[in-house]
Design a protein around this ligand. Structure first.
Ligand SMILES: C[S@@+](CC[C@H](N)C(=O)[O-])C[C@H]1O[C@@H](n2cnc3c(N)ncnc32)[C@H](O)[C@@H]1O
Length: 293
């Protein structure tokens, strides 16, 4: 009779399988997959290492390891991502939030909190363009109780995921959802806004075939920024300027080497009085914040 394997044995076997395939963080990834399957947090995973694991989770682990080997992103297999300390559901319908996007949220939160402190009774309106799973706008809403946020995305699948995440974070009462293409404008009936934030698609179209295969599993519409990667900045700047309150801010994440071009686009509108560029922890210009005159 086959004896059930212990969690530790399964962990080692799974990690070896992923290591053979050439994955750097094989042990860590296998641990996350097992924790998810068995519903264990970090402490209970370690406490349970010598307990036997029954057949169904073992079979399911083999299936997940195989899918991982085929190049499916770990986050889609686990179904969640940690962002700003909150857990967001992710599915193949959404772009996987990246750690560097926390710089955008932190930069914005600092400004939003100052406004909230100066005027405690006022509601603060935020528009998140290309909201994906909701990681940016919902984090801001969760961290600043005065914020009401409008989440806008052209993808119905993404809007559905973001709706579930709003419930998960307990901010659905202060969140609106608009399924719309930003090229058709921003929802004026929802505005005016104090802050418009976006992490738009910004990869140059001809670079997409050279991206890591895993990244190419993410929705193409979340990546493709047109020929020079700047298509969405042009649209967002033009479309949001009329819907921003005086003194309001437009905050966006930018790709490597795009700061100068985006600052120029903002300056050309003559609608902003101060344009800041913020670097990430690797010293790469990552965020642009423009203050409306
Ligand atoms: C780089 S992802 C960012 C997702 C999320 N905000 C984040 O930071 O992880 C860009 C998002 O823009 C959305 N998008 C692409 N084209 C769009 C359009 N024309 N109008 C509105 N949203 C669009 C995509 O569906 C995707 O969710």
């Amino acid at each position: 009779m086959n004896q059930a394997k212990t969690l530790n044995e399964l962990w080692s076997e799974g990690a070896a399988f992923l290591e053979d395939w050439g994955l750097e963080d094989a042990r860590w990834e296998c641990r996350l997959l097992l924790s998810k399957l068995l519903g264990l947090d970090g402490v209970n995973f370690l406490l349970g290492l010598h307990r036997p694991v029954s057949d169904p989770p073992t079979d399911r682990l083999h299936e997940l390891l195989e899918r991982r080997k085929q190049g499916e992103p770990l986050q889609y297999l686990i179904g969640t991502v940690n962002f700003m300390g909150f857990e967001f559901e992710v599915t193949p319908d959404v772009f996987i939030p990246r750690p560097e996007t926390e710089i955008l949220v932190e930069s914005l939160i600092g400004r939003v909190r100052l406004k909230a402190r100066d005027d405690v009774s006022t509601a603060i309106h935020v528009l998140d363009i290309g909201s994906g799973c909701g990681n940016i706008g919902l984090s801001v809403a969760r961290l600043v109780p005065q914020v009401t946020v409008t989440m806008m995305d052209v993808s119905r699948g993404a809007i559905e995921v973001a709706k579930r995440n709003a419930v998960r974070l307990g901010v659905s009462q202060r969140t609106h959802f608009v399924e719309q293409d930003v090229r058709r404008g921003v929802p004026l009936n929802e505005g005016p806004f104090d802050y418009v934030v976006s992490n738009p698609p910004y990869i140059r179209r001809n670079e997409i075939p050279r991206l890591m295969p895993e990244v190419r599993r993410e929705p193409r519409m979340a990546l493709d920024g047109g020929d020079d990667g700047l298509d969405f900045y042009r649209v967002i700047i033009e479309r949001t300027l009329p819907s921003l309150n005086t003194g309001g801010c437009l905050a966006g994440e930018i790709g490597w080497g795009q700061a100068r071009a985006v600052v120029k686009l903002l300056a050309l509108t003559k609608g902003f009085y101060r344009i800041e560029v913020i670097k990430d922890y690797n010293g790469i210009e990552r965020v642009v914040i423009a203050h409306k005159i």
